[in-house]
Unconditional design. Structure first.
Length: 330
């Protein structure tokens, strides 16, 4: 944070700091989720063997409270007593070994509980730092003048949005309105290597039906609320604003024949006509600041508490293509 504040390119430095924090928190969340599963498995194992453990503990208590000479006495005489003693000398180490194993498992469970408590506390601190960085980024963006593509006609975009019935017609209309595309440097093919715009989990794939049975020609990425969304490639912002039930939408044109559509922003930092560098901050995902428990909860579903979703569509020459063929989703 300190380095970001004094950097010459404060916006870029803050965006990089935020992404780094998000990556660290995502790693912590994954590790804690794995640890929680291990803890649950241990608890299930112990509960599943509750009757056996009860008998083990009762036997150990009985042996502990019985004098050694009485534990080998047998009503059938000395020979039977000798046999009982030999059997007891064989069984006792096994009982002790089982008791030691149980003690180790209980100690491990206790350690996991302490780890989880510490992780919750540390995560809450890290989330506070992350929010401070987001606020600083918003201030820095207001102070910085964006580079605008002066070739883009500004008038009529709001009317265009209102007149379009869905993202398909909006994208097609934008294609018609700006047929020449952005005047950007030609780049080699990046197919399969474009970084994801945010750190999250793909919860719905290309043309996969949603809960209502409706298919869309894009993917849905679920991530913690207020996650930073960055431009995966350099490009010109062709649309930025509210669009029907999609909420806040940004349409980025990386090349003359391609449009990237992103829907689900809570805050948008970019304006129409702005020329973005790769990795530039476009905005934040929707939702409210999660607490540490919500953040560390299992993620990957569109319905997870503390998580929000970003819809991503890529169109080439006006036709939708699977974004996973472009993004480095692993």
């Amino acid at each position: 944070m300190v380095a970001a504040e004094i950097a010459e390119d404060k916006v870029g430095a803050l965006a990089a700091a935020i992404r780094s924090l998000e990556e660290g928190l995502a790693s912590l969340r994954l590790a804690l989720q794995t640890s929680k599963k291990e803890e649950a498995a241990k608890q299930a194992e112990i509960l599943g063997n509750r009757e056996d453990l009860g008998r083990l503990l009762a036997t150990l208590i009985a042996l502990q409270n019985t004098p050694a000479e009485l534990s080998v006495l047998h009503p059938e005489g000395a020979t039977a007593s000798a046999r009982a003693g030999a059997m007891l000398s064989t069984v006792s180490p096994a009982l002790r070994a089982k008791a030691d194993s149980l003690r180790r498992e209980l100690t491990s469970l206790s350690a996991l509980n302490i780890l989880h408590d510490n992780a919750l506390a540390n995560t809450q601190i890290a989330l506070g730092i992350l929010q401070t960085a987001r606020n600083a980024l918003a201030v820095a963006l207001r102070q910085e003048q964006p580079i605008v593509d002066t070739l883009v006609p500004q008038a009529g975009l709001a009317q265009l949005a209102r007149a379009s019935s869905d993202l398909n017609t909006l994208a097609a209309a934008l294609n018609d309105r700006f047929p020449t595309g952005a005047q950007l440097e030609a780049v080699g093919t990046l197919q399969g290597r474009v970084p994801m715009p945010l750190i999250g989990t793909i919860s719905r794939r290309f043309n996969q039906p949603n809960g209502a049975g409706i298919s869309q020609p894009g993917i849905v990425v679920t991530a913690p609320a207020l996650s930073l969304i960055t431009a995966p490639q350099a490009g010109v912002v062709r649309f930025s604003g509210d669009f029907l039930e999609y909420g806040l939408v940004v349409i980025l044109e990386p090349t003359p024949n391609q449009l990237h559509i992103y829907a689900g922003f809570g805050q948008v930092y970019v304006k129409v006509g702005e020329v973005l560098e790769s990795g530039a901050a476009m905005g934040l995902l929707g939702g409210e600041m999660p607490d540490s428990a919500e953040f560390l909860a299992e993620s990957g579903s569109e319905n997870d508490k503390g998580s929000e979703s970003l819809y991503i569509e890529i169109r080439e020459n006006g036709m939708p293509v699977d974004p996973e063929t472009w993004f480095a989703t692993n």
